[in-house]
Design a protein around this ligand. Structure first.
Ligand code: DGJ
Length: 737
């Protein structure tokens, strides 16, 4: 049983395959956190929560003078501001009289087979049998709000999805000025380290690991997007945790807008982790009876290091977060014209590229930025989703027909959420751009952000995109987003609701994506935000492929893809082979290395294939064939980081193993060659210790030898050279066929 309610509804225990999460209805009816960690069965863990008198901690009136009862010192399951908890609050409620504060006490609970959807939000899903949901109602002592905490337990996957719903149960309006999704308190935290994933444009998902310290370690974004600067994904772990050892917990926010994630160690060494929509410039009015639903946080547990943690998350997201046929099916191998032509293309050039691509086994041409309006550089026309006939005289329909006629699929770039001041869309609709009244517009990359909270904007985009998809019979859309939200003000919202704009923007975006995918269920969506600037679990719900970075340099990609692999399935990371010298770094890397890195991702090309030599073309053909033959292993097999791409500077190695463990591919990329260096080896993971594996040269190794003693690496010639080792299990003598 995944969810146990015992002691007359005073003890709630959630069990997953390897973990236990327990709460109690404690003194005064507060919902307190007993434990979360490695599995413990048949034990009331309430003894772990010790009320203690800490000087000057506030006590509610009904504590009757008992100084040990304080929301500031007990492990609260959902923290609130205003009645004595001085640590980070999840919920700030401003009442009609201007007072701020709620005190939540247990009221009721329900156990629901399956998982109710979260209205308007991306969220994990599963059938009864795959997931059970515990809902606990907490009511404010003054009767103002009811908070429903939801715990969806995906037992097999070691994942619990948490969210909160706040309902106004009073007779007057209330305003939420903060409504976070998750609070996780612990009086004796096992975790000593926190891992966060920071970065920049062209350098996303770098890994930072730091010891918890007294005070608050916070990562956040107030950019209106999850951002490349910080990710809504954190890991708490033992100080000694490694890939294979130690307890670790991942928290992934299923949301793509501004967020806050914070680990706070208090005066008594107690830990509070919170995660949710960023409270900066957030408010939400609730009329009597109205409710606000927070996005959810996926909480994943591993008792044995990061390797198991990420593999559990990968599997879970492929099965319970990503949707549609493309989440497991091989996506077409594509060529994108961006780095091949930038804005300088016409139909003839594109068809020549497509013809060459087709001959090499590539299956789709993606036409990037510049096909619409008068867009010959990045200063105009966003919003004018009408084909530029000077470049494409036969229109999108003509190009689509020509591509489909030659057996190629057709993908097209849009940047729907944006508007150029110099566009036909802006002239009649200046109020569609987010702006502050009475002030000139700020621009970023010469563009402004559309007010996605407006139904008329959503309708315009739906109609415009639908028309183009139908016209060109598109197979794929690259959905780009290249600036952050500076000004938050909507011409349609009253002053007291302007704090709702940023979240309403996200709801508008999600609604539009939902509508388009409902209309075109086979369309493959690749999300992008100047690369991996909105690579989060929220976008993954709509878009099974997300462009990993505008940096296509294979060596820089080692770190970016390493960081991504902690949180997201390998298949979802958009990754292309591009030319050398690389356009972003000027670095020269072997063709084979560029392909080897891109294969542990969505795999495609982003270069002018027509200019390749015959030898290079033959190499591309071989790479495409190899990828097609091994895509399931690379994309759906278990994934193992064998080195730390951030810190190990000699070489980077990783491997993919088939679900039945009978096949594996190890990729090794040399970062720099060392004269007269040591003999190098790498210990493999994920194999069956009892099986015997054969490499391409017929050498046999047991799984236990490869995992415990290691694989000896040959000398790799030159800088950035790569070696791929393929291992296939031998059939045991006497085994059944
Ligand atoms: C940013 C994207 O990340 C690039 O791949 C490309 O599509 C450009 N935008 C086009 O403007």
């Amino acid at each position: 049983m995944a969810i146990l309610s015992e002691k007359q509804g005073h003890l709630f225990t959630l069990h997953t395959a390897h973990a236990t999460y327990q709460m109690q209805v404690g003194p005064l009816g507060w919902l307190l956190h007993n434990y979360d960690g490695a599995k413990i069965e048949g034990q009331d863990l309430s003894y772990l929560v010790r009320p203690q008198d800490r000087a000057y901690a506030p006590n509610p009136a009904d504590a009757g003078g008992d100084r040990t009862l304080s929301p500031d010192t007990l492990p609260m399951e959902y923290s609130t501001f205003g009645l004595g908890d001085f640590r980070e609050s999840c919920l700030d409620v401003r009442h009609a009289d201007g007072s701020v504060g709620v005190d939540l006490r247990y009221k009721a609970h329900r156990i629901i087979p399956g998982k109710p959807a979260l209205a308007g939000l991306p969220a994990s899903y599963g059938t009864a049998g795959e997931v059970d949901t515990l809902e606990i109602d907490l009511a404010d002592t003054a009767g103002t709000v009811l908070v429903t905490l939801s715990y969806a337990v995906f037992a097999e996957d070691d994942v619990i999805a948490r969210s909160a719903k706040i309902t106004n149960t009073s007779k007057t309006p209330v305003t939420l000025t903060r409504a976070l999704s998750l609070c996780l308190d612990s009086q004796q935290p096992a975790a000593r380290d926190v891992m966060t994933f920071y970065g920049r444009h062209m350098g996303e998902k770098q890994v930072a690991r730091t010891p918890l310290r007294h005070g608050k370690i916070r990562v956040d974004s107030v950019r209106g997007a999850s951002s490349p600067q910080q990710s809504p994904f954190v890991i708490l772990c033992d100080a000694a945790a490694t890939e294979t050892v130690g307890e670790c917990k991942a928290f992934s926010f299923v949301y793509s807008g501004s967020f806050l994630a914070q680990a706070e160690l208090d005066q008594a060494e107690q830990l509070r982790l919170v995660m949710g929509i960023h409270p900066q410039n957030f408010s939400w009015q609730l009329a009597p009876g109205e409710a606000f639903q927070t996005p959810e946080v996926l909480c994943c547990f591993s008792e044995c290091g990061f390797d198991a943690l990420s593999n559990r998350l990968h599997r879970f997201q492929l099965a319970h977060l990503m949707r549609g046929e493309w989440r497991k099916k091989r996506c077409p191998v594509l060529v994108n014209n961006w780095e091949a032509t930038y804005f300088d293309f016409d139909e003839a050039k594109l068809l020549k590229l497509a013809k060459e691509a087709k001959a090499l086994g590539i299956e789709m041409l993606v036409l990037d930025d510049g096909w619409f309006g008068r867009r010959n550089d990045d200063t105009t026309s966003l919003g004018d989703w009408f084909v530029n006939r000077e470049k494409l005289p036969e229109g999108i329909a003509g190009l689509g027909a020509a591509l489909h006629g030659m057996g190629m699929q057709f993908g097209l770039w849009f940047e729907p959420e944006m508007i150029s001041p110099d566009s036909d869309l802006m002239r009649p609709h200046p109020d569609w751009a987010l702006r502050l009244p009475g002030r000139p517009l700020t621009t970023s990359r010469a563009q402004c952000v559309l007010d996605m909270s407006r139904p008329d904007v959503q309708d315009y985009l739906y109609d415009a995109i639908r028309a183009v998809v139908e016209d060109g019979q598109l197979d794929y859309i690259k959905w780009d987003m290249n600036r952050h939200i500076a000004e938050s003000w909507s011409a349609l919202l009253p002053p007291e609701r302007q704090g709702e704009l940023r979240h309403r923007y996200m709801l508008g975006l999600y609604a539009l994506l939902e509508r388009l995918l409902a209309r075109f269920p086979h369309l493959l969506l690749e999300s992008c935000a100047s690369g991996g600037g909105r690579f989060d679990a929220g976008m993954l719900y709509y878009s099974p492929q997300i462009w990993g970075s505008d940096n296509t340099d294979a060596i820089d990609r080692l770190k970016i893809q390493y960081g991504n692999s902690f949180a997201f399935p390998i298949k979802s990371v958009g990754s292309h082979v591009s030319v050398c010298p690389n356009h972003q770094t000027g670095r020269v890397t072997p063709f084979a290395t560029r392909a080897a890195v891109a294969m542990s991702g969505s795999f495609g090309y982003e270069m002018d294939l027509t200019t390749l030599t015959a030898e290079e073309k033959a190499e591309v053909r071989r790479q495409v064939e190899y990828f097609k033959a091994h895509h399931a292993l690379f994309q759906l097999g278990s994934y193992h980081r064998l080195t730390n791409a951030q810190t190990d500077d000699r070489f980077t190695a990783w491997m993919s193993v088939a679900p039945d463990k009978r096949q594996a591919i190890v990729t090794v990329v040399q970062r720099y060659p060392l004269a007269n260096g040591p003999i190098q080896s790498v210990r493999l993971r994920g194999l069956d210790p009892a099986l015997t594996y054969c490499d391409a040269e017929g050498h046999a190794f047991t799984g236990s030898a490869l995992m415990n003693a290691g694989l000896l690496l040959p000398p790799i010639a030159g800088e950035y050279g790569t070696v791929l080792f393929e291992f296939n299990a031998l059939f045991e003598l006497g085994a059944e066929n």
